[in-house]
Design a protein around this ligand. Structure first.
Ligand SMILES: Nc1ncnc2c1ncn2[C@@H]1O[C@H](COP(=O)(O)OP(=O)(O)O)[C@@H](O)[C@H]1O
Ligand SMILES: [Mg+2]
Length: 532
């Protein structure tokens, strides 16, 4: 029985894009996203200035940061942004590379679609290409020993160049590698590094050259009361997450309580309760207190009397890190605090400027803090991003024990080897494979372009060098010469290349296979130009 009425399966507010239209839309979106970050690739890439909806400004050259800051509406574009996010999560570097690669793969696909090659064939070729590419990068990879400080420093250096912090690069490379070496743990013959064991702290006002590595914990705050000691040796540290205050109505008096008479001015009951809280902390044997919330004046008075160095409003992140470093438990109420919960450290001391408190000689030696200094927030933030990237790549290389040669060397080798492989395949898939291979050109092309050299000339030079068997030939972005990048120390973790190849390929395949897009209008609100 057939109805005269058309069957409506989609809601009214669903916009639909079919076939070529859907493909074109995704290709445009991927190209637009790649176009947005392409000019930042490499040490000589440009910076972007981003202004958030609240007017906050970020100046960066970091692909992942750019893409997380700009809001993207188009579903295809969102998938490309996801590639960057995954790369950042898994590797901590190589985000721009991954996104530029997706853009190039989609551009190649666009040309093939125009030649009438079916999306299924393109997808098949891309997946074959990906397997081959992974096989090739593995075979090109070199080994690094976890104790090889010199090589690891070069890996850190490659990741942090170009982040407008040139003058402190060498120092930071050393700090990064030493920090990771301190926290690395070997179990069952396998080396692992936990990112959470390295704390990065920023301090404004001083010279960028004063960055330092501190074995222990740094809290950006100092003791709550003048009456407390500035320094405690053989510290027993209590970590309390609840406020040491009674009620909300308890006014945080402006006057600091320093005498017993002033204490008496408070109600008896209130005073008693707070004294008990302070007593409980003292009774546990603690001589240092880190409190995640406020400490009332009366509690401060009693703590100071007992010689306890107390810090209030310690951020949760620092509390957790301190618990880890000191082998302590974070307790909610002082009443339940016992000696077992306390952390131990050789020394807790306020720095000479009175800005931060350092806890050193911690129970757990596998934790460390990188203290960054700089004159502006912009600089400190870019410095932090650089150190985060550097730390991550050193971790990757140490855990896997492998690295590859950068500066476009690996990509040139990939593009030539995959092209050779395509010749052996034949048929239409061969064309798809050739397109896949060609996409790798995008990396050395962008490196050359961003450094102000003629990209076409440089590609030709690179290909010639590789054809002569110079596997490590890459672009010296400062002199514009094609040189041995291994000799120049431009090296990156294998994990980074593998991840960018894999996620760029898989996402491209997914996007190419889409031939029908159904977008519910609400989700599309606020303009959905393909791109941003
Ligand atoms: N000194 C250098 N000379 C040439 N290429 C370099 C140098 N340092 C880094 N590169 C290359 O720059 C690219 C990484 O650029 P980057 O802006 O950090 O982007 P990503 O977000 O992909 O890490 C890699 O291809 C890397 O090999
Ligand atoms: Mg990088």
């Amino acid at each position: 029985m057939q109805s005269q009425q058309p069957i409506i399966i989609l809601k009214e507010n669903v916009e639909r894009n079919y076939g070529r239209e859907a493909q074109r839309s995704n290709i445009m979106a991927a190209k637009a996203i790649a176009g947005a970050v392409r000019s930042t690739l490499g040490p000589r890439g440009m910076d972007k200035m981003l202004v958030g909806s609240t007017g906050d400004i970020v100046i960066t050259n970091d692909g992942a940061t750019i893409l997380s800051e700009i809001g993207v509406q188009h579903p295809g574009a969102k998938m490309v942004v996801e590639v960057a996010r995954t790369q950042d999560d898994e590797v901590g570097d190589g985000t721009t590379t991954a996104v530029v690669l997706v853009g190039a793969l989609m551009e190649q696909a666009e040309q093939m679609l125009e030649q009438g090659i079916h999306p299924t064939v393109i997808a098949q070729g891309y997946l074959m290409g990906m397997d081959k590419a992974l096989e090739i990068v593995d075979s090109l990879s070199l080994k690094v020993d976890p104790s090889d400080r010199k090589t690891l420093m070069k890996i850190a250096d490659t990741a942090i160049t170009g982040k407008s912090i040139e003058q402190v690069k060498d120092k930071l490379d050393g700090i990064i590698v030493d920090a990771v070496m301190i926290v690395a743990e070997k179990a069952n013959g396998k080396l692992t590094v936990d990112e959470d064991d390295v704390m990065i702290k920023k301090q404004k006002g001083e010279s960028i050259d004063d960055a330092e590595l501190i074995r222990g914990v740094v809290i950006d705050k100092v003791k709550v009361s003048e009456q407390m000691p500035k320094k405690v040796q053989k510290a027993k540290v209590a970590l309390i997450s609840m406020p040491l205050e009674i009620t909300k109505t308890q006014v945080k008096a402006k006057i600091k309580i320093t005498t017993a008479e002033q204490v008496n001015a408070f109600g008896d009951q209130e005073r008693e309760t707070l004294r008990k809280l302070a007593d409980a902390i003292v009774a546990s044997g603690a001589n240092v207190l880190l409190c995640q919330k406020g400490i009332s004046d009366i509690a401060q008075f009693y703590l100071a009397k007992a010689g306890v160095l107390a810090i209030e409003d310690v951020p949760e992140k620092d509390m957790k890190y301190a618990a880890r470093a000191l082998n302590a438990n974070i307790i909610t109420k002082p009443e339940s605090l016992t000696a077992k919960d306390l952390g131990t450290a050789d020394l807790v001391e306020e720095d000479t400027e009175g800005n931060v408190t350092r806890i050193s000689g911690c129970k757990n030696p596998k934790t460390t803090t990188i203290l960054l200094r700089g004159t502006s927030d912009f600089l400190l933030e870019e410095l932090e991003r650089a150190v985060v990237d550097g730390t991550r790549v050193v971790m990757d290389a140490m855990e896997d024990g492998t690295y590859v040669v950068g500066g476009g060397a690996v990509e040139t080798e990939l593009l030539m080897k995959i092209r050779d492989y395509a010749q052996t395949v034949g048929g239409r898939v061969q064309i798809a494979l050739e397109g896949y291979a060609a996409a790798f050109e995008s990396i050395p092309l962008a490196l050359a372009e961003n450094s102000g050299f003629n990209p076409i000339d440089k590609i030709v030079e690179l290909k010639n060098a590789h054809a002569k068997g110079k596997k490590n030939a890459g672009l010296n972005v400062y002199e514009g010469k094609v040189t041995d990048m291994l000799a120049e120390g431009v090296i990156e973790p294998l994990r980074s290349k593998r991840q960018s190849i894999q996620s760029a390929s898989e996402t491209s395949v997914m996007l190419i296979r889409v031939d029908d897009m159904m977008i519910t209008q609400q989700a599309k609100k606020g303009s959905a130009a393909p791109g941003m």
